[in-house]
Design a protein around this ligand. Sequence first.
Ligand code: UD1
Length: 408
Amino acid sequence: MQGELTVQGSKNAVLPMMAASLLCRETTVIRHCPDILDVHGMERVIRSIGGKAAYADGSLVLRADEVKNDVIEEKTVGELRASVLFLGSMLARCRRVKIHYPGGCSIGRRPIDMHLAAFARMGAVTEESGEFIRCQCAGKLRGAEIPLPFPSVGATENILLAAVRAEGDTVIRGAAREPEIVELCGFLNAMGARVQGAGTSRIRIRGVERLHGTEWNLGADRIVFLTHAMFAAGCGGEAFLRMKEPVPAEEKRVLETLGCQLLADPEGIRIRQRSVPGRIPYICTRPYPGYPTDGQSLLMAVLTKARGVSTIEEGIFENRFRMVLQLRKLGADIDFVSSRARITGVTRLHSGTVRADDLRSGAGLLIAAAMAEGVSEIRQSRYIDRGYEKMEEQMRALGLRARRRPDA
Ligand code: UD1
């Protein structure tokens, strides 16, 4: 492959920012916003409660001068994991909210006990009934000391959203350190919040009376970068991926072990692969700065043709190996027991028809299909559209051959 493109804006950074837009009555503009289904789902939720949301040419304009409804019934909530973030921002804004239990990709149980325990410490009462969760607090939310037993990304974000307008200080111990958390904190501070310690496991939030609108230029999506880098790692060739952010150290180490050469310049990263991918003897997905669970299926796809045997352990979600059954249809040699997969590199993959079960397995299958001989077909590509903007065009920009069936 040979080509270049600009890495799209970060999905996991923009979704909590959309929930944060409810924290003020003024207009918020997010530029370099990706045109993906998850963003449009969040827009529908905002409109369903009386807010305004409009997307055009990479700019997302949000305004919640009025919130008419504290019941979020919009049916997309059931399919959208990030909708759980409306709990924090609606509690801060309206002191009460009732929301459909959040959905998202079917990659594990995905409980929200840590979110709810944190709200309880801040003075909110939660009731779960059937498919709905109701949260409310008598007065204003109170700042609190919140220890997290695991650095959950969503729980850290929800606490941030609730705490920025709470009474007094909140301290999150054991907070998630992902770059998306750092970007959310920067965004909240640009709205007038007082958040310190983003990127460390101790975040301190001083509650303020009011927040104001802001304009924000969204950073590049590090998982989309990794996806394109894995196309290069698996297919060989060269790509120039335009973005300002550095490649996280663990992703860089993994790409280099696969045999890629990474050259950073002020405009982006040039990635070159001249050989068959090298094997990864053992890797376990971990919270940042570990190797991301969202990059697990991307790596597995490349390792199907690596030199030798590799082992991947999934350390975050329990149901993320469903893609193995699909990769086997293309000729991959993979066994797995529980959360550990053993991948024996083969010299060739053949074409086939496979099915995406979630967003990142869809991307992993695209990588495997690009590495395989012949023409393959990926079904349920709608999952891919949740997080990748016009993926077939992005692949073509990298010199790969991909097209969407007109009926898909
Ligand atoms: C976010 C990302 C997702 C990524 C994940 C881990 C978004 C929209 N999604 O998901 O792409 O794969 O981080 O980097 O940003 N857990 C509990 N109780 C809780 C909360 C979480 O047990 O209250 C567990 C989860 O089941 C999981 C682990 O903690 O095993 C990590 O989950 P979390 O970091 O919360 O992931 P999400 O925020 O759902």
